[in-house]
Design a protein around this ligand. Structure first.
Ligand SMILES: Nc1nc2c(ncn2[C@@H]2O[C@H](COP(=O)(O)OP(=O)(O)OP(=O)(O)O)[C@@H](O)[C@H]2O)c(=O)[nH]1
Length: 212
């Protein structure tokens, strides 16, 4: 544990938390010896809590698969040299909390979209903030020119994470394409609810995803 952040070392098929074993594997694979590893921008996922999507696998959103996909991408051999950072923010329901999100789901069942439902409950469409994420990235030494590769489709998140004085530099935005779209429906969350949710994110929230 360092400064409240858990430094994990991901690699495919990892079965132990023992650092010595991880270092042995890194030595065998040559990871860490690459001089690029200190200059390349690491992958970063800033993820907002979603109990329904991540814990009970609700098919209304793609949050659970996004969290898993972020970790999978970070564990790919080409990304192992830089490692990756997942910042998990306790901003359930885009910041309105689980109880209010469940009320919003009831309103969505009555025909409203995810933005309209929040507004009907007198919440902003998105009540989150990212100052804490910016501070954590700085604390992890990820400010400045080296930059990060941010896994997101959300333009507001990019601007917010960079901070008012661009303390953190988003060098590259890495798209999070829904798995069902990538695999022609073989994997990933599927159904009318998640498709409607994704299309509202594109149309009403400006998410950078091309509709199918
Ligand atoms: N209020 C509300 N929150 C939701 C709903 N569906 C998911 N969420 C919350 O939305 C947050 C995730 O937001 P997303 O818009 O999927 O993702 P994002 O983080 O803004 O953007 P990406 O980085 O592209 O994934 C989590 O806190 C979820 O709990 C919903 O219908 N209503």
């Amino acid at each position: 544990m360092i400064r409240g952040a858990y430094e994990g070392r991901l690699y495919p098929g990892r079965t132990t938390s023992k650092l010595s074993r991880v270092e042995q594997i890194q030595q065998e694979s040559g990871v860490g010896r690459n001089p690029e590893s200190h200059s390349k921008a690491p992958l970063v996922r800033i993820h907002s809590e979603c109990y329904t999507g991540e814990t009970v696998w609700s098919a209304r959103c793609d949050c659970g698969e996004q969290l898993e996909e972020a970790a999978r991408l970070m564990s790919l051999p080409q990304n192992m040299a830089t490692g990756g950072v997942i910042i998990y923010l306790r901003q359930e329901g885009r910041g309105i909390g689980l109880g209010e999100k469940l009320k919003a789901y009831n309103l969505q069942d009555l025909g409203n979209d995810t933005v309209e439902a929040n507004l009907l409950l007198r919440h902003p469409a998105d009540a989150r903030s990212y100052g804490l994420a910016t501070a954590m990235l700085l604390d992890l030494g990820l400010g400045g020119e080296r930059g990060i590769r941010l896994l997101t489709n959300n333009p507001d998140k990019i601007r917010a994470v960079e901070g008012p004085n661009r303390e953190v530099f988003v060098k590259e935005r890495v798209a999070m394409i829904p798995l069902a779209w990538q695999t022609g429906g073989k994997r990933g969350v599927q159904g009318e609810d998640v498709e409607k949710y994704l299309s509202t994110k594109i149309m009403a929230m400006g998410h950078m995803l091309s509709s199918r």
